[in-house]
Design a protein around this ligand. Structure first.
Ligand code: SF4
Length: 693
């Protein structure tokens, strides 16, 4: 297919300093969990994006010295020549695909955990971090000179490693921004006070970086042009800084937010639409004629083309859209728009990468698996046993993903059979929750790909019994029947049902009953009991509040939905529920539908007309267990193997259920497909001691 001429502007080359970007797609720095500890994973992960058409591909933040030790978070590092060699691998692989490699040189300043380094953090002034439990040393002049010298050395190593783009990273309220922002900088010397003085440290870093790369590399700088809070600068000061620094910068990488307000940058889709940063980053053109790259979870090429044509940005930056689809630019170029696997803005990639140690993605099961498992997002090996027919029972996220990969691996016939009238499993109703519409892309993308595969047939509205599965005629059977929310309130606190909880009663409801069956509380006062700790409890609460119920959320956790901290949604959810008039009861463990105990052991009771149970899910494994128990009967019907995947094995994140379905299909011709093949591990060997040690 040919490219839509409307998107031509996205494929115009762009000169940036001494280099040329071959098009306008650019993977901005983002974490992976690889750093320099997993150099081959780092290299293959970034190179896959380069292969997919991104013209520039960057590392995550890359500490210039041990004083900016991010442990327990995982950053890249250029502390010594060993780090240089580790990152040189990435440059080599990225260059094979005609893309530029960028490195985001970094110093955390006050926001530095230093679990390895152990000595004090540094900052312009001795003011405690608003982000971590750190009180820093106020930098003396010699500290400033040392950090700047380390920066210059790291920039020199970056050039030697083969990087084309070297950053001075000042966004997310890290050290250069800490000097620029009066919130952090109370100095009275030439580095504090006026804007010119507060800008001095950053300007000197830019000069040092330019000197170190000696005209061979692009000098980029990343700046949050509006902190949207106190921890940075407001747009007018940011524009003034851009004017001051413009002669030293070849590429401006612009965003918003701060370390504490990172959610304003990597905005979850529930709260932020695509392109939400443009109101601020779109103003940077007022201060510079240099190339600008901006971000905003953009996946729509029409919107991208519109932004570039308007001139506010020259380059479309992406972290999450490039994780969800490393081949997005190629697909735009080849007019394969319906194959773009669009990011859903769930932010599960954040806990997977950092501190998880291996990036993962809801939409893209291959993210982070490029080296260690050898998975390519667009290439699938023909299966050894593809002359078999496969029956996949259950068309939820795991079943759909499994059927797609089996189809791409060339199986003779793949039947994906769903009991309900519509495919999608939980994705039939999760996108109906307030603000979760973009999550519907999990189903939409898979439905489109399934329809394209001639060897895959989707059959909905057919509930198969064990006998029907046995007689179906497939040699390989995969059960993907999902999970359901406990109708009796079995929960993490007591490991028992709640006394009196029975979802067949009018006043006890499960999430599925609310979302799929339209069951509603018999009165206006509703309690939601959330033992899950992720998005569903708050979302159901919000939904019912929007429908006019007086909702109170009860949770045994010390705070609302603690896992949503990791997806950057927690503070936003809290605010949203507060606005909806929801009362929150934390640290309360119910033992019955009547009440329970609060955190100090006092009796807790709530006057409500109904209780919604978001306690725990239970695998829907009856079909699998019945089939599995009849091993002989399976063989008699010609079934060679029976597997189960996704929530049917154990209730899990959507990302993990999809991964499970993908993995089985990738390895279904291995010796024991039910057990994952070992992956290639990267580990330091005894002789691999730092070059400077
Ligand atoms: Fe997007 Fe979610 Fe994938 Fe992150 S995990 S890239 S937010 S789909």
């Amino acid at each position: 297919m040919a490219r839509d001429p409307r998107h031509d502007v996205l494929f115009e080359p762009l000169r940036i300093g001494p280099k040329t970007l071959k098009n306008r797609f650019y993977q901005v720095p983002h974490c992976t969990g690889f750093g320099v500890q997993k150099p081959r994973s780092q290299a293959r992960y970034r190179a896959t994006k380069a292969e997919g058409g991104w013209a520039g591909v960057c590392t995550e933040y890359c500490a210039v010295s041990p004083e900016s030790d991010e442990t327990p978070f995982i950053s890249a590092r250029l502390w010594d020549d060993g780090d240089l060699r580790a990152l040189a691998l990435m440059c080599e692989e990225v260059h094979e695909h005609d893309a530029l490699a960028g490195v985001e040189l970094h110093h955390s300043g006050v926001h530095c955990p230093r679990r390895e380094y152990r000595l004090p953090a540094l900052a312009p002034s001795q003011l405690a971090s608003d982000y971590l439990l750190v009180t820093p040393k106020a930098m003396e002049k010699e500290d400033i000179r040392r950090v700047q010298a380390d920066w210059g050395t790291a920039a020199g190593r970056a050039r030697e490693a083969g990087f084309d783009i070297v950053y001075v990273y000042g966004a997310h309220s890290y050290l250069p921004m800490q000097f620029l922002s009066p919130f952090y900088n109370r100095r009275t010397d030439e580095y504090g006070g006026s804007l010119e003085n507060r800008a001095r440290f950053w300007l000197e870093l830019l000069e040092i970086t330019r000197e170190a790369v000696d005209g061979e590399c692009v000098v980029a700088s990343r700046i949050a042009v509006e902190a949207l809070g106190p921890a940075g600068v407001e747009i007018d000061d940011a524009l003034a800084f851009v004017r001051l620094a413009d002669h030293l910068v070849d590429l401006w990488d612009v965003n918003v937010g701060s370390a504490l307000e990172w959610s304003k940058d990597s905005g979850p889709s529930k709260f932020f639409p695509q392109g939400h940063q443009l109101g601020w980053t779109g103003r940077v053109r007022e201060a510079t004629a240099k190339p600008i790259v901006g971000v905003g979870r953009l996946t729509d090429p029409d919107r991208m083309a519109e932004i570039v044509s308007s001139g506010v940005w020259d380059v479309v930056g992406a972290a999450r859209p490039s994780i969800a689809d490393p081949f997005l630019p190629r697909k735009v170029e080849e007019g394969r728009l319906d194959e773009i696997r669009e990011c859903i803005g769930c932010n599960i990639c954040i806990p997977k990468a950092d501190p998880g140690g291996n990036i993962g993605c809801t939409q893209n099961a291959t993210a982070g698996e490029e080296f260690r498992r050898g998975w390519h997002p667009e290439r699938f090996e023909p299966a050894e046993n593809r002359d078999r027919d496969v029956l996949v029972v259950g068309a939820g996220p795991a079943g759909m993903e499994c059927a797609i990969v089996l189809g791409k691996r060339g199986f003779r016939r793949v039947h994906l059979v769903e009991a309900e009238e519509k495919i999608g499993g939980i994705m039939r109703w999760i996108p109906q929750l307030p603000g979760r519409g973009e999550w519907g892309r999990v189903l939409d993308w898979r439905a489109i790909q399934l329809a394209k595969l001639p060897n895959v047939e989707v059959i909905a509205g057919a509930r198969l019994s064990a006998a029907a599965v046995r007689e179906y005629g497939a040699e390989l059977v995969v059960i993907a029947t999902g999970a359901y929310w406990s109708p009796t309130g079995v929960n993490r606190v007591t490991h028992e049902p709640l006394a009196g909880a029975d979802a067949s009663l009018a006043h006890v409801l499960t999430p599925e009953q609310v979302m799929l069956e339209g069951k509603r509380p018999p009165g206006k006062r509703v309690a939601v009991y959330d033992c899950d700790g992720y998005f569903l409890g708050p979302d159901l609460t919000e939904k019912l509040a929007l429908e006019g119920y007086r909702v109170e959320l009860v949770t045994p956790f010390e705070e609302l939905a603690p896992f949503t901290h990791e997806t950057l949604e927690q503070a936003l959810l809290r605010r949203r529920l507060h606005e909806a008039g929801v009362r929150l009861h934390r640290g309360v463990a119910l033992d019955s539908v009547e009440g329970g105990r609060d955190e100090v052991g006092e009796r807790f009771e709530l006057a409500a007309d109904a209780l919604v149970l978001v306690t725990q899910r239970i695998s829907d494994e009856a079909l699998y267990l019945e089939l599995e128990a009849g091993g002989e009967a399976l063989r008699a019907e010609g079934i060679e193997a029976l597997y189960r995947i996704g929530d049917c094995v154990a209730p899990q994140l959507i990302a993990d259920a999809i991964f499970d379905g993908h993995r089985l299909a990738r390895e279904i011709d291995a010796e024991t497909p039910a057990v994952p093949l070992p992956w290639r591990r990267e580990r330091p060997l005894p002789e691999a001691v730092s070059a400077d040690a």
